[in-house]
Design a protein around this ligand. Structure first.
Ligand SMILES: [Zn+2]
Length: 331
């Protein structure tokens, strides 16, 4: 099942940005769930956009607590576009942000990597309109972040905790979130393809589950749809190095990283799209044949009605757990 996770990723360069090491040590060391994090040093890579085919340099830089994730277009006077629901623009085969006509395309894999590695605050600089697709998964972004290191910040992280169920339906597509004390995702897909069919995947996003089970899962596409999509201005940067390419019978570029890599990638996309809430979520998200449009519709629905959730820190919950884990005195 874990066929090529350790395969070296080709055509990707990634290096630390000199002189960007954030100064000082943060003495506040606690549970990683309690406080916000940024990266310890800047890190950069280059690649091409999946849909635009445009070459792009991307840099991830540390940011102060409370910043959130902010994109900066260095080719457009450092114009800033925050990774929040209000800036969601076109949503079809990828999620794009737009503010005052300035586009940031295909944000979901990097935003997913930030959630998976516990990064709350970062500046993401890019010199073109679309993020690099790299190997089609979140793994190269995770490796960049791990290489830069994670720095805990003083500010308490606030979570958005659902207090009621929210369910959205559109034809046979479904997405919902239910109250829970942790963040978990359950996804189902159904494609008429011998290698896919019906796949479901459930993951609790505490611990390192994201890193092991979700981050390496790559995007995928069907060879027989490629020409029509290119005519629509899509997948112009796609190749066998950055997507699973499916023929009618099988895979053009094996091996798969997981037998159910397809549904795992949908989980990856969903986590990235839900990051546009701007806060980490406490809830159980359930999706069936949803896509970027429904993912972002759920984000809008949640944010539109503040009676559906409250904001909380997990300090109280963690305190309770710590108390429970204390060894009991001998009688
Ligand atoms: Zn994706």
């Amino acid at each position: 099942m874990w066929l090529s996770y350790h395969r070296r990723i080709r055509n990707i360069t990634c290096k630390l940005v000199p002189g960007s090491n954030s100064a000082g040590k943060d003495p506040a060391v606690n549970s990683p769930l309690i406080q916000e994090n940024t990266i310890r040093a800047g890190v950069e890579c280059q690649g091409v956009g999946l849909h635009s085919g445009a070459p792009v340099h991307l840099k991830i830089l540390p940011a102060p607590a409370g910043t959130g994730i902010v994109f900066r277009r260095t080719d457009l006077d450092n114009f800033v576009v925050e990774a929040i629901s209000r800036n969601v623009a076109r949503v079809s085969y990828a999620t794009s942000l737009m503010k005052q006509g300035v586009l940031i395309s295909t944000t979901e894999h990097l935003l997913s990597a930030f959630i998976g590695t516990g990064i709350d605050n970062a500046i993401v600089e890019l010199d073109n309109l679309e993020l690099p697709i790299l190997d089609g998964s979140a793994q190269p972004f995770v490796e960049m972040i791990q290489r830069a290191g994670v720095r805990r910040q003083r500010r308490q992280r606030t979570y958005l905790r659902l207090n009621r169920a929210i369910e959205l339906r559109e034809g046979n597509k479904f997405i919902a979130v239910y109250p829970a004390d942790t963040y978990s995702v359950s996804y189902a897909i159904n494609f008429l393809h011998p290698l896919i069919g019906k796949q479901t995947f459930e993951v609790d996003l505490s611990d390192d589950n994201f890193l092991r089970e979700i981050a390496p899962a790559r995007t995928f596409g069907f060879l027989h749809e490629a020409d029509a999509m290119k005519e629509q201005g899509l997948i112009r940067g796609a190749s066998q190095d950055n997507a699973i390419v499916l023929t009618r019978e099988g895979v053009l570029n094996p091996p798969l990283r997981f037998a159910d890599e397809f549904v795992r990638h949908k989980v990856l996309d969903l986590i990235g799209d839900l990051a546009l809430l701007g806060k980490r979520i406490l809830g159980n998200v359930v999706a069936d044949r949803a896509g970027h449009a429904m993912h972002t519709a759920l984000v809008s629905r949640i944010l539109k009605d503040p009676t559906l959730w409250d904001q909380t820190t997990v300090a109280d919950v963690t305190d309770q757990l710590a108390t429970m884990e204390q060894p009991q005195p001998a009688a």
